[in-house]
Design a protein around this ligand. Structure first.
Ligand code: COA
Length: 381
């Protein structure tokens, strides 16, 4: 428990205020470090696949070989999304494909509507539902997009890992090795991140004893905004509107001069760099080389240098993620849903932690409205 002296009073945005205790991940901002269950994200990114990290985040320990193969089999067995969910998505007008976070939110709510364990918040039931949702959400993003766009869905390939299978369902063909590797990496880097806005939302909802699906649907809503997960789509929109790298420096200077925020830069916790951006950033050049989009990599370099020089801000993970997804030919409205399909693991781990030791989250607010006053009948107003 924090001692009384370390408790920070109210601050806008709850900046620096401790709002809970968790063993899922640790952000050591002054060292630009992120640890999932005690393991440095750099080592996980270097050595593991998403399934291993998902197991770690959910169970608290790295799996041994048998546990990992069982876990993978469970994910594969739970990948398919029931037809009634696709039917609901197909009923939407096609323009809904431009707003896939809402579609994903609807899909998760629809899965919750028929989940037999929906209201069972026991540890075992929550783990079962978390694994199921981890399997289903990537499918919901890829095939949900297909369904809303009026295209046939593509059944998963049980021989492909989670990230590669996502690309397979989206594109209808197996990804090359670099695409599969980088997609796996983004799933790992997006899996968990402490008490961010969407995770806190999930915990608030879970604390009312609402079930996992309700908490996740709410978290998806919180992730949607540009100050949180929506930033990866906004970065790509900005890069496309800049057009070519020779315009990047002027664009950044003009935006900063007119007091606009540059999407993909800055972070509430990290003030000297986001290690996830550094890890992912190295792949922007590799993908640019493979896809012949070297000007995008150059534009990123110029934007990074200009924002750092002008404002002292470093890129966050969403900055390199945007061109990476673009170069993999992923439609922009899917960037934030992909973030959600990875973060389902972190959200679930936090919901499990919340339910296992629950206390309703119900903070207070200080009142600054009018002083007490008598009711005025309508004829006298
Ligand atoms: N572009 C330009 N200026 C930025 C900025 C950005 N992306 N992020 C922060 N700043 C500036 C603020 O305007 C403020 O400047 P000022 O002191 O001159 O007014 C200063 O940096 C501190 O910003 P503050 O709003 O206190 O930081 P925060 O902790 O509340 O913000 C974010 C964190 C993430 C909301 C913020 O950095 C941001 O809006 N980034 C862009 C969106 C984004 O990439 N989100 C994904 C996060 S993973």
């Amino acid at each position: 428990m924090p001692d009384a002296e370390s408790i920070v009073p109210y601050r806008p945005g709850l900046e620096g205020v401790t709002a809970g205790i968790s063993g899922v991940s640790d952000i050591v901002a002054e060292e630009n470090k992120l640890l999932y269950r005690g393991y440095d994200i750099r080592e996980l990114a270097e050595n593991s696949e998403f399934e291993e990290v998902a197991y770690l985040v959910l169970y608290g320990e790295l799996p041994n070989a048998t546990q990992l193969s069982q876990f993978k089999a469970e994910l594969v067995a739970n990948r398919e999304v029931p037809e009634h969910v696709y039917q609901a998505l197909r009923a939407l007008p096609k323009e809904a494909a431009q707003n896939m976070m809402s579609v994903l939110q609807m899909g998760v709510a629809a899965l919750g509507a028929t989940e037999p364990l929906a209201r069972d918040n026991s540890h075992e039931a929550n783990l079962k539902k978390a694994i199921k949702l981890t399997g289903q959400m990537a499918t919901l993003v890829a095939n949900g997009y297909r369904a809303v766009s009026g295209k046939a869905t593509v059944p998963g390939d049980p021989n492909l890992g989670h990230a590669a299978n996502f690309l397979y369902m989206l594109h209808g063909e197996k990804p090359n090795d670099l695409f599969a590797k980088v997609m796996n990496l983004t799933f790992i880097l997006y899996a968990e991140h402490g008490y961010n806005a969407s995770t806190f939302t999930a915990r608030v909802v879970a604390s009312t004893l609402a079930g996992l699906h309700s908490a996740v649907a709410a978290a998806i809503g919180a992730l949607h905004g540009n100050l949180h997960g929506g930033a990866n789509e906004a970065v790509m929109d900005d890069m496309l509107s800049i057009g070519t790298s020779d315009r990047a420096e002027g664009w950044v200077r003009e935006r900063l001069a007119s007091k606009h925020r540059i999407m993909g830069f800055g972070h509430r916790e990290y003030k000297t760099g986001d290690t996830r951006a550094a890890i992912l950033g190295t792949y922007v050049d590799q993908l640019a080389e493979l896809t012949g989009k070297s000007d995008l990599a150059k534009m990123q370099r110029i934007m990074r240098e200009t924002v750092l020089n002008e404002k002292g801000l470093h890129p966050n993970v969403d900055f390199p993620a945007a061109p990476i997804y673009y170069m993999m030919d992923i439609p922009i409205p899917l960037y934030t849903p992909i973030f959600a399909a990875a973060r389902i693991t972190g959200w679930s781990a936090h919901v499990i932690e919340q339910h296992d030791g629950n206390r309703l989250i119900r903070p207070r607010s200080d009142y600054n409205g009018p002083a007490p006053r008598p009711y005025v009948p309508i004829a006298q107003r």
